[in-house]
Design a protein around this ligand. Structure first.
Ligand SMILES: [Zn+2]
Length: 251
């Protein structure tokens, strides 16, 4: 799944077209059904932002196109008129370059796309106070690992950086929210922001625990465990020794 940092990279690419009046095409029939081309064609592209896992493209007149890449979506920017095979979802054509969206499973056009998402963990100054307030609105028995993936609480954290930031903070994904102090939650959110910012800027992926079940914890050498968690059954990774928390429920 594209994490927040790969979404930011897509937004940076798309900025090549900001300020231009774009020719818009939707070659893929499912995208054509949304009538996006008709509504955007000829409009000027205004700032492009990454918010959580979404790329938001603003157009003159208050239109906002939300693109969520899910597992397979990809934005590409190339010289205008480049050859390609296959039918992309969307083509935004400027004077010299064009942006092409492949396999764009979620494309919505409206003006309220941002309202449902929590503060962006990759914002220049992340709003940790608001994230904390959102976390405290969840039921106290919610597992920490589930809460961190809730995009209404904090936007942009995926399963990889969830595992890594919890490990850095010494908190287990199986800890209940009600058993965590504000100070600990802030520390963990800070770790997530730092790790993801480094990944965005340096393009390195320092993974200590994600995908390493059965191998020794880099901090205490205990064997790392893994287990599906929550409604989405996303795999949680944790060290049962140096990450504070309870045991997961019996399978
Ligand atoms: Zn450990």
């Amino acid at each position: 799944m594209p994490e927040g940092d790969s979404v930011h990279r897509a937004a940076i690419l798309l900025r090549a077209l900001v300020g231009e009046e774009l020719e818009v095409e939707t070659p893929h029939p499912r995208a054509a059904a949304e009538r996006i081309a008709e509504r955007l064609d000829g409009r000027r592209l205004e700032p492009v932002e990454a918010v959580g896992k979404n790329v938001l493209l603003r157009f003159e007149g208050g239109m906002v196109l939300r693109s969520h890449l899910r597992m397979s979506g990809r934005w590409q920017v190339q010289p205008r008129g480049s050859l390609r095979s296959g039918r992309p979802w969307l083509v935004l054509r400027g004077a010299e370059q064009e942006a092409v969206l492949w396999n764009g499973p979620v494309l919505e056009l409206h003006a309220r796309a941002v309202a449902r998402l929590g503060p962006d963990v990759l914002a220049p100054a992340p709003d940790f106070d608001a994230m904390l307030t959102n976390l405290r609105r969840l039921a106290p028995e919610t597992w920490l690992g589930e809460a961190l993936l809730d995009q209404r609480v904090v936007a942009g954290i995926g399963n990889v950086w969830k595992a890594e930031s919890l490990w850095r903070a010494g908190l287990s994904p199986w800890l209940r929210l009600g058993a965590v102090e504000d100070r600990e939650l802030r520390g963990m959110l800070g770790e997530a922001a730092t790790l993801m910012r480094a990944s965005l800027e340096l393009r390195r992926q320092p993974r200590q625990i994600y995908g390493r079940a059965g191998r020794p914890c880099p901090r205490c050498r205990t064997r790392i465990r893994s287990r599906g968690q929550g409604d989405g059954n996303r795999t949680a990774y944790w060290c049962p020794t140096c990450q504070r928390g309870e045991d997961p429920p019996a399978p």
